[in-house]
Design a protein. Structure first.
Length: 149
C-alpha cells in the first residue's frame, strides 16, 4: 500500500514539473517545429473562439490519460497522481492563461493583486512579438521578478 504522503509528493511534484514542461514546450515546441499550431494565438484577430493552439490541451490530456492507463491496466501506482498532477496543471493553465490573462471567458477582470498583475504583464510582453523568433517570457506561473515591479 502506497502512503498518502508519497502519493501527495508525486502529485505535487508533477504539478511543479509541469511548469517547466510548459515553459520548455512553449519555447522549443510551440515557438519551434509546431509554430503552425501556435501562431494563431499570437494574432489579434480571431475568426472563432477556438484556436489551433488549443490542440496542445488535447496533447496534454492524452498524456494525462496515458498515465491513467498505466495505473489502471498495468498497476503503475504513480500513474494516477501523475495523471492528476498533469490534469490539475492543465486546469490551472486554463484558468490563468485562457480566462484570467486572455479573457476568453470574462471573469477576474478587475483583479488588483501584485502577483496577478506580474503574470499579466509578462504574458503581454510575450505577445508583443507576433513572430516565432525573439520571444520572451515563456512561463505561466513563475515569471521573472522584473515583471512584478
Amino acid at each position: 500500500m502506497i502512503s498518502t504522503v508519497l502519493w501527495g509528493i508525486v502529485y505535487v511534484s508533477t504539478f511543479i514539473v509541469m511548469e517547466f514542461v510548459a515553459w520548455f514546450s512553449h519555447k522549443y515546441i510551440m515557438h519551434g517545429f509546431l509554430w503552425s499550431w501556435h501562431q494563431d494565438h499570437h494574432k489579434k484577430d480571431h475568426n472563432s473562439w477556438f484556436e489551433m493552439n488549443d490542440l496542445f490541451f488535447i496533447v496534454y490530456a492524452l498524456l494525462s490519460a496515458g498515465f491513467v492507463v498505466l495505473w489502471g491496466e498495468f498497476g503503475f501506482w504513480p500513474g494516477l497522481p501523475i495523471a492528476l498532477g498533469i490534469f490539475t496543471y492543465g486546469m490551472t493553465y486554463f484558468l490563468v492563461h485562457d480566462i484570467f490573462i486572455h479573457q476568453r471567458i470574462k471573469l477576474f477582470r478587475k483583479t488588483n493583486n501584485r502577483y496577478a498583475k506580474g503574470i499579466r504583464r509578462a504574458h503581454k510582453i510575450h505577445h508583443k512579438s507576433i513572430h516565432k523568433e525573439k520571444g520572451e517570457c515563456f512561463g505561466m506561473l513563475w515569471v521573472p521578478r522584473k515583471y512584478f515591479n
